[in-house]
Design a protein around this ligand. Structure first.
Ligand code: 5AD
Ligand code: FES
Length: 346
């Protein structure tokens, strides 16, 4: 198994069969060996720096009905909210004062936020904070919408592909959502000039090692600047409420593989990872991740953006999360840095 990890470390592409073998058959020792190399690779590009992104969850209305997600449209128990432009601007103001230089606007696919409204918000943020990057994470749109947001100043776009396998995709989503369209969106975003992030849940229902290997091959082919992964965590009001959640161990292993597959990738240690284990985010950094995304949303809405159960940090002010994360990163020998945190060239 170590030969395969060495092969990946030497930047030689692995075959599908080799990824499957690694994912299925690795021992705890192999995982530790992987992390020693993924951390080394990470430090070649990013040293001990950890980039922070201020996450603003600005709407939990969603027209989609993904089986795993707590804000799916059929969930009648979610109290819906939208932030106003003023609310969003005051999150940015607070975030800017705390040192954030990247804002991530994340929301459900909410038709209220037309292209015009999104462009207006993006250009207001870029006008007030020209030294900041704006990342959008608002789902599947058509090419011309993506182009309009880009022209308004958006720099980056996150759209997890969720799973590269079409039949697995159809077990996680209703028939009106197309895996081909989702992948097309990622290629459109790339061709427009965005820094792009894809990603998936680890341990999502019905996921196999073969699916994860295909995710790795898809990531390699797309070659995004960012990859967002976290464990699947069941949510009590969804059709997957009884499904087992993903594990920390497998998520860490996939983080290590992603770091070696795309050495300079921006790789968050996610809130979901911090939710399944109290030291999940620290362990994510120690597996090769280099980004954290604390929440800047007003505390009054935090408990309404519950994609999964037991989400952490829903009662904490942004300033507290920032301090807490600084301390956590320091405890493992890393520093939170306040810069835009762009992807380093290869
Ligand atoms: N558990 C973990 N992650 C989830 N997401 C949605 N629902 C869940 C869940 N139950 C992830 C999806 C989505 C991102 C915003 O959050 O991958 O793309
Ligand atoms: Fe939010 Fe620790 S990061 S309270």
């Amino acid at each position: 198994m170590k030969e395969l990890i060495d092969k990946l470390y030497s930047e030689t592409a692995l075959t599908r069969a080799e990824y499957i073998k690694l994912i299925k058959e690795h021992s705890e020792d192999d995982a530790q060996y992987l992390f020693s190399l993924s951390v080394k690779r990470r430090e070649e590009y990013y040293g001990k720096d950890v980039y922070v992104r201020g996450l603003i969850e600005f709407t939990n209305y969603c027209k989609n009905d993904c089986y795993y997600c707590g804000i799916r449209r059929s969930n009648k128990n979610t109290e819906r909210y939208r932030l106003t432009k003023d609310d969003i601007m005051s999150c940015c103001e607070q975030g800017y004062d705390l040192g954030f230089r990247t804002f991530v606007l994340q929301g459900g696919e909410d038709p209220y936020f037309t292209d015009e409204r999104i462009c207006d918000i993006v250009s207001a943020i870029k006008t007030n904070y020209p030294d900041c990057a704006v990342t959008l994470s608002i789902g599947e749109k058509e090419h011309d919408s993506y182009k309009a947001y880009f022209d308004a100043g958006a720099d980056r776009y996150l759209l997890r592909h969720e799973t590269a396998d079409n039949s697995h995709y159809s077990r996680l989503h209703p028939a009106d959502m197309s895996p081909r369209h989702r992948k097309q969106c990622l290629y459109d975003l790339k061709s427009i000039g965005y820094q792009v992030g894809c990603g998936f849940m680890v341990g999502s229902p019905f996921q196999t090692a073969e699916n994860l290997a295909d995710d790795m091959l898809f990531i390699k082919e797309l070659s995004p600047q960012m990859v967002g992964i976290g464990p699947f965590i069941s949510q009590h009001d969804t059709p997957f409420s009884e499904m087992a959640s993903g594990t920390m161990e497998q998520t860490l292993f996939m983080l290590g593989l992603i770091r070696l597959t795309i050495p300079n990738v921006l790789l968050p240690s996610t809130t979901a990872l911090g939710t399944i284990h109290p030291l999940g985010r620290e362990k994510g950094i120690l597996a090769g991740a280099n980004v954290i995304m604390p929440n800047l949303s007003p505390v009054s809405v935090r408990k309404k953006y519950l994609l999964y159960d037991n989400k952490i940090c829903t009662g904490d002010e942004a300033a507290e999360c920032k301090k807490c994360l600084q301390m956590r990163m320091k405890s493992i020998g890393y520093n939170v840095v306040t810069s835009r945190g762009d992807c380093k060239p290869k």
